[in-house]
Design a protein around this ligand. Structure first.
Ligand code: HEC
Length: 683
């Protein structure tokens, strides 16, 4: 699992602090023999009996609410499943309001005034001022028609506001609708902010059961990469396994539906998109199918009804026997199969009514372990271990598979073919001097509706959107004998794994390329230039087979053999007609920022060394730079309020994984911050 990083504390220190303080306070005033943190009074027993079922009573005693606030909270709890006799409710409200009285935080929030519900029409054709989904439009192009900020004036950009976020792992991309920014902080703290100045309009802090917290603390941090807006609701995936809808005006819980039991070790590190009134989202199954059971059941994409939360369909990404692709796993039993859509959610083609989603590597990492010691249990060419390292095209209304294309057949190195698929209409004329693999049957010069991606394992992959037909592919960022795929059957698109690099026995060690060449930070496409702007890392991974390891291997990130240490990170501008690559920018420092393309002919991107920059979209010349407090993270968006264009970027806590790279200086922790820039007022 390469996209989820290091060891930072996930949960808000503030929440834990508050719970701890109130617990200490209460225990110190209560008689020593009492286990209950509750003061005496009518209603105490009922609260003890009903409220401790799902979470600790600390959740109750640490809260201060008005009578109305307690009434509303009880209504929420009953909706979630607390069983309170109707006749007891007034007494319980009375008890809570007397003993835990206070101003509800929620009630002092201004809320979002004059909210206009988000319609499917708006998602299909968004206002240029808004940023309603992670890459603005369903095609994931990350292109903004805004052009107030352009090549001439970008040098004057200045900070308008900044706001610190909660501590924890932060790989988020915020949304903007009519002057309000919706943002997910680490720890499932969702906020609505005034996008002009960062003022808080409402906040939702998810409370999890003590049991869930304790268990989830032992796992790698979960990210909320993406949230969604539709109707008058904000949707997110909670760390404890729910799909959740909040009221976009107030942040109050509207509904929540369990997607999976967190005890099965499923995780939700991705986020939803909304299509035709459905909340469609992927999740990460556990890395360890040889330790946990029911793993394959947590590897899925699902759709929930946006109004009610009802689950409508599920598509399993680690196919079981009897499902499409189920016979591609050889003798590996159904409950030991894992391949997850843990990364960025998919794109949507409204004409074909198809969504396109990326699926990550199979687990354990090596065939040797995955196929119970028999590396010839499955072929060396696709399809193998479906739908690992594949693009899947699904009907958003039913979840039915329309087609798939597998990039790496039976990955041996944990390379993760996950994340965004960009939809483009472009002429087909790949240059044989640049593009290694071209389908010879496709007539030159015709326009195609394509899906393109540049997954973590490297390569640029282009397929026809209608049926998945292979059009062209090239190793990327560079061609190398260590590339994971050695051959592609050009007419059929059948891919062959680089067998020389597959571990044949315990202890075998190989370097394979690439490792996180581009990860959870999406690339962008500028239609005026018919070019992709791919932020990449020229980095590989050394993998050694270890049968006693849960993953079947140990991994170490290394530079590509023969690479230039002065050019480990960069941006490639790729012509989508010809496949020609222009090295747009390169540096010894890598980045984890999304690129953003604008009609001002600018590309915004920031690196791991705190530099946030605007580049000339034609030449790559740096036109503006600002140095922030921490590493630039995914995120970058642009929007407008009252005629003024803003550019927003998030920074995150340092990620020590990257220290090996020459020139990347480790940055201090705890600088998850939102920064927003604009041009100075004209006088
Ligand atoms: C069926 C399980 C369940 C029961 C029973 C239950 N709760 Fe909850 N409670 C939850 C969940 C889940 C959350 C987190 C939901 C959220 O964050 O909005 C929560 C959150 C809370 C919160 C924090 C809300 C916030 O906005 O900070 C309070 C206070 C609370 N519960 C009080 C109670 C009281 C009082 C009772 C007993 C009448 C109770 N709960 C019974 C599941 C339950």
């Amino acid at each position: 699992m390469t996209g989820i990083s290091s060891s930072e504390a996930r949960y808000s220190g503030k929440i834990q602090g508050a719970l701890l303080l109130s617990a200490i306070f209460l225990f110190s005033v209560l008689p020593a023999r009492s286990q209950s943190p509750l003061p005496e009074g009518n209603g105490k027993q009922i609260v003890e009996r009903t409220c401790a079922r799902c979470h600790s009573l600390d959740t109750v005693v640490s809260k201060r609410l008005t009578r109305e606030g307690w009434q509303a909270t009880l209504n929420d709890m009953i909706m979630i499943g607390a069983s309170l006799e109707k006749a007891d409710i007034p007494m319980v409200v009375d008890y809570l309001a007397k003993n835990f009285a206070g101003e509800s935080k929620a009630e002092v929030f201004a809320g979002v005034k004059d909210f206009t519900p988000v319609t499917q029409e708006m998602l299909l054709n968004p206002s240029p001022d808004d940023w309603l989904m992670p890459s603005r439009t369903y095609d994931w192009q990350r292109f903004s028609p805004l052009k107030q900020i352009d090549k001439q004036n970008v040098g004057q950009l200045r900070l308008v506001w900044a706001r610190e976020m909660e501590a924890g792992s932060n790989e988020h991309i915020p949304l903007v609708h009519q002057g309000v920014m919706y943002v997910a902080n680490p720890g499932n703290v969702i906020q609505a902010l005034d996008a002009r100045n960062g003022d808080l309009l409402w906040e939702y802090r998810r409370q999890m059961s003590e049991e869930a917290k304790a268990l989830l603390q032992t796992e790698t941090p979960q990210n909320t990469r993406v949230i969604a807006l539709y109707a008058d609701m904000v949707f997110f995936l909670s760390h404890d396994g729910y799909v959740v809808a909040l009221d976009a005006r107030t942040g109050k819980l509207r509904w929540q539906v369990q997607a999976y039991d967190y005890k099965t070790r499923g995780r939700q590190t991705s986020g939803p998109i909304i299509v035709n009134g459905k909340v469609i989202s992927g999740r990460a199954c556990t890395d360890d199918p040889f330790i946990f059971t029911k793993v394959a059941q947590t590897c899925f994409i699902a759709a929930n009804d946006a109004r009610t939360g009802k689950e409508l369909w599920k598509f399993y990404t680690a196919a079981a026997p009897g499902q499409p692709g189920g016979d591609s796993w050889g003798n590996t039993p159904a409950d030991k199969r894992a391949a997850s859509p843990w990364g960025l959610p998919g794109s949507y083609d409204p004409v074909r009514n198809l969504i396109f989603w990326g699926v990550a590597n199979p687990n354990p990492f090596t065939r040797l372990k995955r196929h119970l010691g028999n590396i010839d249990d499955v072929p060396r060419s696709s399809p193998v271990d479906l739908f690992s390292d594949s693009t899947v095209a699904l009907d958003p209304d039913t979840g039915k598979l329309a087609w798939y294309f597998q990039q790496i057949p039976g990955d041996d190195w944990d390379l993760d073919g996950v994340h965004e698929r960009i939809l483009i209409r472009t002429p087909f004329n790949p240059d044989p001097n640049s593009v290694k693999w071209i389908n010879p049957r496709i007539p030159r010069g015709q326009e195609h509706d394509i899906v393109v991606d540049a997954p973590e394992e490297g390569g640029i992959w282009v397929n026809d959107r209608t049926n998945g037909q292979f059009l062209w592919a090239e190793p990327f960022p560079y061609d190398t004998p260590a590339f994971a795929v050695s051959r592609i059957d050009l007419e059929t698109g059948k891919t062959y794994i680089n067998w020389d690099l597959v571990a044949k026995k315990e202890g075998d060690k190989h370097t394979v390329c690439y490792e996180n060449q581009k990860s959870w930070y999406p690339m962008s496409y500028h239609p005026g230039k018919n070019s992709l702007y791919i932020p990449y890392r020229d980095v590989c991974v050394e993998v050694q087979a270890k049968l006693d390891d849960n993953h079947g291997a140990s991994r170490k990130v290394v530079p590509r053999p023969g690479s230039d240490p002065q050019a480990l990170g960069g941006i490639a501008k790729v012509n989508m007609t010809t496949g020609q690559i222009q090295r747009f920018y390169s540096a010894p420092v890598v980045g984890s920022g999304a690129t953003l393309a604008t009609a001002g002919d600018l590309i915004f991107w920031g690196d791991d060394d705190r530099r946030f920059r605007a580049f000339d979209a034609d030449t790559g010349k740096i036109l503006w730079e600002s140095i922030l407090a921490s590493r630039i993270e995914s995120s970058t968006i642009t929007y407008a309020v009252e005629g003024k264009q803003y550019v927003a970027v998030l920074t995150r806590e340092a990620d020590l994984e990257l220290r090996y790279i020459a020139g990347t200086k480790p940055v201090r922790n705890h600088h998850n911050t939102i920064y927003v820039f604009a041009l100075p007022e004209q006088r």
